[in-house]
Structures are given as structure tokens and as C-alpha cells.
Design a protein around this ligand. Structure first.
Ligand code: PAF
Length: 287
């Protein structure tokens, strides 16, 4: 496996390897601090493509001014070992200056991809203005840099997945987006790089997020189709949490629904206090 930080070098190396292998390229875009959730994406990318690329880049344009950009876990050495063992061909780990130009660092502005307002101004996008512009921009840049045929995204970031799929369609990227299921700990906590922030008490409290989702799903499976009842049930389980949103949306449109008649998603974002700061966690379940 080659670890590369420079865009031109990566392009050249991909070209060389592609000349030998002449096959599809699979990309797993990540911000590092890799866990079993990422590994499931990497394994899928490895098994479905001749060339497997993982990018590790904590992307500044998707973080708001008061978010955790500076303290986001950076564990490149450990990430590289995991990627090497998983048979990755290239680990692309650029620095911000490899990705954004001088103009960006001077003016804090760059060319952005902005998904439609209605799609971003809800759920995670509501409390994180500009977040999905940053996500779409870096994802599009990674698509252009790697010229991948397939890109792998986790369903835990469900709104991100929906928005990336929409961007690919709207901008005619010739790329297949592969959605990969949420990976959970044995006690059902959804894996997330931000779980490393959780102290013991916070981790215990955070378990109520998945408990709430599974409780709502249980009721749904018993025939309750009213969103309001399912949301109230989930909120009752999360009384000790600072819940940002609990919503049920259509899986096809991501629009809020009152009665579940087609495939739907219940999504939760909540904050827990840990080690003197606040950790924001998200999770979801299909109904
Ligand atoms: O989901 C993430 O880790 C990031 O949002 C992504 C897709 C790698 C873009 O920075």
C-alpha cells in the first residue's frame, strides 16, 4: 500500500496501477480514526474493485466555527495499519494545503457545491449551516482526483448519503454510490469516530439513542404507523439526553412524514456531556 498526500502523485500512481490492472476503482472517503464501520466499507470496496483507495482527510470546509475541527481525532498511523491489512492500494492522506489553495486560507472561501436549501436546511443541516456544502465539495474533489467508479458511504450519516446521491445525479457524475449498513457495538451503540470522546457515563447515556430507535421500530413492527407516536416513544427513552431532533422521513425524498406508508427512516441527533464538553451523536433506523 502506498500512502500519498500529493494530488498529482496520487493521480500518477493510480494511472500506473490502472495500466496494469485495467479495472474499476473503488473509493472510501473518510476523515480517519477508522473503526469497524469504516472497515466494512473498505472490505466491500476491496472485494468489488481492482483498485481500492481510502482517503483520510479532516475536511475544514464542513466544520462550523464552533465545531470540533481542531480536536477531531487524527490517528493516521493506526489508520494506515488497518488499511494495509485490509488490502488497500492507496491511502490518500492530504494536508489541507494539498486540497485547498492559498486563496482559501487567506479568504476562508472557495468554490463550493451547494445542495438545494430544502434538502440541507433540516435534520443535521439545520444546526450545521454550510456543513453539507463542505461535504459535497470535498466529495466531488475526491471523485475528480481519484476518478473512482464506485464510492462507499455508511448509512449512519443518512442525510449525507442522500445528499451525495442527489449531487451525483444532479451533476451527472458517472459514479455508483454504494450505501453500506450501520455497524454497531454489541450493545447497539452505532460506531462513530466521535465515540472516542465519550467517557464511561456519557457512553452509557448515549446507548439510549439506539434504544430509542429500536423501541420505535418494535412498535412500528407491531403496526403503529403514526410518526408522532413513534417519535414520542423514542423521546421518552431519551429523557436524559439533549435531543437535537427525532424525525421520521421518507427514505425516497427525505421529507417528513406523518403516517408511514412506504419505506421510512427514523433519525436522531443528540448531545451528551463528556469530559467537560459536549459530544453530538447521530443514529437512524429504517422503518
Ligand atoms: O462522512 C465523513 O467521514 C465525511 O463527511 C466525508 C464523507 C469523508 C467527507 O469529508
Amino acid at each position: 500500500m502506498k500512502i500519498i498526500s500529493n494530488v498529482e502523485e496520487l493521480r500518477l500512481e493510480i494511472k500506473k496501477l490502472n495500466a496494469q490492472k485495467d479495472g474499476t476503482i473503488g473509493l472510501v472517503p473518510t476523515m480517519g480514526a477508522l473503526h469497524k464501520g469504516h472497515l466494512s466499507l473498505i472490505e466491500k470496496a476491496r472485494s468489488e474493485n481492482q483498485i481500492a483507495i481510502v482517503s483520510v482527510f479532516v475536511n475544514p470546509t464542513q466544520f462550523g466555527p464552533n465545531e470540533d475541527y481542531d480536536k477531531y481525532p487524527r490517528t493516521l498511523e493506526a489508520d494506515a495499519k488497518l488499511c494495509e491489512n485490509a488490502g488497500v492500494d492507496f491511502l490518500f492522506a492530504p494536508k489541507p494545503a494539498d486540497i485547498y489553495d492559498e486563496y482559501y486560507f487567506q479568504n476562508k472561501e472557495t468554490t463550493l457545491i451547494c445542495p438545494p436549501y430544502e434538502v440541507v436546511n433540516k435534520l443535521c443541516g439545520k444546526s450545521r449551516p454550510g456543513h453539507f456544502d463542505g461535504v459535497c465539495t470535498i466529495v466531488a474533489k475526491l471523485f475528480n482526483i481519484t476518478k473512482c467508479n464506485r464510492a462507499y458511504f455508511g448509512q449512519k450519516d443518512a442525510q449525507q448519503l442522500f445528499i451525495v446521491q442527489k449531487m451525483v445525479k444532479d451533476l451527472n457524475f458517472d459514479i455508483e454510490i454504494i450505501a453500506c449498513p450501520i455497524v454497531r457495538e454489541d450493545d447497539n451503540l452505532a460506531l462513530s469516530s466521535r465515540n472516542t470522546y465519550l467517557d464511561e457515563k456519557a457512553r452509557c447515556e448515549a446507548l439510549n439513542i439506539s434504544k430509542a430507535l429500536f423501541k420505535a421500530k418494535e412498535l412500528f413492527d407491531k403496526g403503529i404507523k403514526e410518526s408522532a407516536i413513534l417519535v414520542d416513544t423514542a423521546l421518552a427513552v431519551m429523557q436524559n439526553l439533549d435531543v437535537e431532533y427525532t424525525e421520521i422521513v421518507s427514505l425516497d425524498t427525505f421529507e417528513k412524514i406523518d403516517i408511514i406508508e412506504k419505506k421510512a427512516l427514523m433519525l436522531i441527533a443528540a448531545r451528551v456531556s463528556s469530559n467537560g464538553s459536549t459530544v453530538r451523536l447521530i443514529d437512524n433506523i429504517e422503518l
